[in-house]
Design a protein around this ligand. Structure first.
Ligand code: GRG
Length: 292
């Protein structure tokens, strides 16, 4: 196992342990709701966003314990977005994280409510985080609320653009909001908890914004190059939905080159800060090379 694989595996373990504490079990009523929430949360996602909170925070010397509720919170917001994205009114998908989507396993109304409660539980995790001063909690709530709002804006823009010819700048606006905002908020949350300086936060934000773009480019590539089995979600959906994607605009080879360029730019953004950035660089490598 490489150092980065060990890092992700350790992150998954500690973040899942924290999620297990923060997400009620079916011993809390209504049992069906929490069964549905847990079905989606503990389905084996990559935990990339919480890993980013931990990687940035610990790079700035912050104790892991202070980062864990925020790490769990970004994963809860992310999982809520996946549950809602899979609904019949949106992507209408039946497979996510290698298992039946929430509305297929349970029902549509329960899936909507599972997403709703996850969104709320995320903010409760920050509000109730006794490891952080009140001022930091308010900053984090603002960070996550802004990112979650931008994600919804991006989703609406994406739906509006389906079946239409979209200009590159409009495509990037969709991605910056739908995918990039939560990735940036994850990295920024780690820096905020670690009390990074203004200049450091700026550099982390620039790095994360490139990372978000890289994540979307590789997501588009994987949709056309990987199998449903490996992705754990339905492959080839973008083409069927006539979505504007990087491979559709540039072809696969040019999109790969673009991914390499954005990867180099992400790493370059870290050069201005004097913290150990090895793990952050490796995370960019991981996104460039990811297979699912
Ligand atoms: C419904 C409010 C609302 C928002 C939906 C996140 C999102 C916005 C839609 C998901 C559709 C999609 C394919 C987005 C592009 C990139 C993305 C977010 C992929 C899924 O994230 P991963 O790969 O998933 O980190 P895991 O399962 O590993 O956590």
């Amino acid at each position: 196992m490489s150092d980065l694989e060990k890092f992700f595996s350790d992150c998954t373990q500690i973040v899942d342990a924290r999620l297990d504490k923060l997400v009620p079990t079916n011993e809390t009523a209504p049992a069906r709701l929490y069964d549905a929430v847990r079905w989606s949360v503990f389905a084996g996602g990559k935990r990339f966003r919480p890993a980013l909170v931990l990687a940035v925070g610990t790079a700035f010397g912050c104790q892991e314990e202070k980062l864990l509720n925020a790490a769990a919170a970004v994963e809860m917001i992310h999982t809520y977005s996946l549950i809602h994205d899979d609904l019949p009114a949106m992507d209408d998908d039946d497979l996510r994280r290698g298992r039946a989507t929430c509305h297929v396993k349970f029902d549509e109304a329960t899936a909507i409510l599972a997403g709703d409660i996850l969104h709320t539980l995320a903010f409760q995790a920050i509000v109730n985080d006794k490891n952080l001063p009140a001022e930091t909690r308010v900053k984090l709530i603002s960070e996550l609320a802004n990112a979650a709002a931008r994600m919804v804006d991006g989703q609406q823009l994406d739906l509006d653009g389906e079946g239409k010819k979209i200009a590159l700048e409009d495509l990037e606006k969709i991605h910056r909001n739908k995918t990039g905002a939560m990735i940036s908020a994850s990295a920024r949350s780690g820096a905020i908890i670690a009390e990074a300086s203004g200049a450091e936060l700026k550099a982390v934000t620039s790095y994360a914004s490139k990372l978000g773009l890289l994540f979307q480019i590789t997501d588009d590539l994987l949709d056309v190059t990987q199998t449903t089995e490996i992705l754990g979600k339905t492959a080839g959906k973008d083409k069927r939905a006539e979505k504007a994607t990087y491979p559709a605009l540039y072809g696969i080879e040019e999109t790969r080159k673009l991914a390499e360029k954005v990867h180099a730019e992400a790493i370059n953004e870290l050069k201005t800060i004097e913290i150990p950035t090895v793990v952050l660089c490796e995370i960019a490598d991981f996104i460039l090379e990811r297979k699912s």
